[in-house]
Design a protein around this ligand. Structure first.
Ligand code: CTP
Ligand code: CA
Length: 224
């Protein structure tokens, strides 16, 4: 059937998954973050491990328990996620970047808690973070590289552009405004897009089911 686990069909494959959101500190007690829960990435890591893969999960802060039989590396900032991904990358067969990565970080991280002042506004200047997935795409050799795209508009066009810009083999496009999809939901409604322009729309399903179908698709494409 569609979602059936083909037991052991990822044996001897090394898989890198990133999950959850990165956080960028402002001062010792505050950070800039996003709404990612980590559920999608953790489901992928779990599914790949259950199918026999050797899985490394690089995760931003999440309340979820690390999946069994997975090497989990906990990180906080985008730079830390980048370092962990680059360190693991060369050995990998499949890389799936489900993490919601902070695009910017505060330029200055205050050493002490920032005190409330008399002004009515506070300006935080932000610097651009490195694009982890783009860096991995530039260094791609044998790796099958899967990105995610979280969009609130122009889903297909934006996701297609990311396939090209980041040298991906596939992207999972997510309209995060839909009910039953996106942040913290147990279900997701996604589209798989490929470099040849193919778009496959999946029905609403659990994130565990999306994970299985994503891995089925990756295995099929790696063979061809
Ligand atoms: N990504 C990354 N490093 C970043 C930003 C994004 O690795 N600094 C990865 C995400 O993990 C995801 C993919 O790139 O797999 C797309 O992320 P997304 O935020 O949708 O796209 P961006 O390229 O950041 O563009 P924008 O936020 O402007 O839509
Ligand atoms: Ca982004």
């Amino acid at each position: 059937a569609f979602f059936a686990r083909s037991c052991g069909d990822m044996k001897n494959l090394r898989v890198l998954v990133t999950a959850a959101g990165t956080r960028e500190p402002i001062d010792p007690v505050r950070y800039v973050g996003n709404r990612s829960s980590g559920k999608m990435g953790y489901a992928i890591a779990q599914a790949a491990a259950d199918r026999g893969a050797e899985v490394t999960l690089v995760s931003g802060p999440s309340v979820l328990n690390p999946p069994a039989n997975v090497k989990t590396v906990q990180v906080e900032t985008t730079q830390q996620m980048m370092d962990a991904c680059l360190a693991a990358y060369n050995d990998m067969d499949i890389v799936i970047k489900a993490a919601a990565v902070a695009d910017y970080r505060p330029h200055d991280v205050a050493e002490q808690k920032i005190k409330k002042k008399t002004d009515d506004a506070l300006t935080v200047v932000m610097d651009k973070n490195p694009d982890i997935l783009k860096a991995l795409g530039e260094r791609k050799e044998k790796q099958f590289l899967v990105g995610f795209a979280a969009e609130t508009q122009n889903l297909i066009a934006n996701a297609k552009e990311k396939i090209c810009k980041k040298n991906l083999d596939m992207i999972v496009a997510n309209d995060v405004t839909l009910q039953g999809a996106g942040f913290n939901s147990d279900t997701n409604i996604v589209k798989f897009l490929f470099p040849d322009g193919e778009v496959r729309e999946l029905e609403q399903m659990t994130k565990a089911e999306v994970a299985e179908e994503l891995l089925n698709t990756v295995l099929r494409l790696r063979k061809s």
